[in-house]
Design a protein around this ligand. Structure first.
Ligand code: IMP
Length: 202
């Protein structure tokens, strides 16, 4: 199988923000959400971000018969031995809201001093040329910070209100989306993946 500069790519996500962000960077490749093919979401059974990203990309490539991109991301907190990790979206239970997850995180860290509240957002993005691709392209982005004791800011989503960004002396939820994208785990991983994909194009 060959991969050309104008080849369509399916994205294993229906998130319109992610689609726009990826389409803007990979301008020559039409990016199609897997929902356009009625693909059922794959079960994220992996215990690492990279395993889950591969599971999702393989599922999309298999059902859409196209090259596929999938990402998996989350928050890793040192004092919690890496939790919430791959279950960041459902830390407080399946269907939990962002507020539920943040509340559970702050409770788990109650009494933990500032210096021991180090954490990082991780994003792994995977590209598979086809479902049996034995050599997926893998890009990882890491954004270092600290967990606050209470939420601040209105922007972003998920754990942004409790993620302290040392470079800007504020919470991630106080950054504009442009500034966040220039620093974030997702922005970094996307840049790396773009370079890897361009190197694989004919
Ligand atoms: P997913 O990559 O869409 O599966 O996201 C996993 C979960 O990690 C999200 O639901 C959020 O709780 C958390 N997360 C990932 N990236 C961010 C971010 O940039 N800000 C805040 N929370 C995030």
């Amino acid at each position: 199988m060959t991969f050309s500069t104008s080849q369509q790519i399916v994205l294993a996500s229906g998130n319109t923000g992610k689609i726009k962000e990826i389409q803007a960077i990979l301008a020559k490749h039409p990016i199609i959400p897997q929902s356009a093919f009625n693909v059922a979401e794959a079960e994220e059974t992996g215990s690492t971000f990279v395993e889950n990203a591969i599971i999702k990309a393989r599922n999309a490539a298999l059902h859409c018969k196209l090259p596929a991109i999938a990402d998996d991301s989350g928050l890793v907190v040192d004092a919690l031995n890496g939790a919430p990790g791959v279950i960041s979206a459902r830390y407080a239970g399946v269907g939990a809201s962002d507020q539920d997850n943040v509340r559970k995180l702050l409770q788990a860290l109650e009494g933990v001093p500032d210096k021991q509240r180090s954490a990082r957002f991780i994003c792994v993005i995977v590209f598979m040329e086809h479902a049996a691709d034995p050599f997926p392209l893998i890009a990882q982005g890491v954004w270092e910070g600290r967990i606050l004791t209470h939420p601040i800011g209105e922007n972003g989503f998920g754990y942004d209100p409790v993620f302290w960004v040392p470079e800007h002396n504020c919470a991630s939820a106080e950054l504009t989306s442009a500034v966040k994208n220039s620093l974030s785990h997702r922005g970094q991983a996307l840049k790396i993946l773009t370079a890897l994909i361009k190197a694989r194009e004919l």
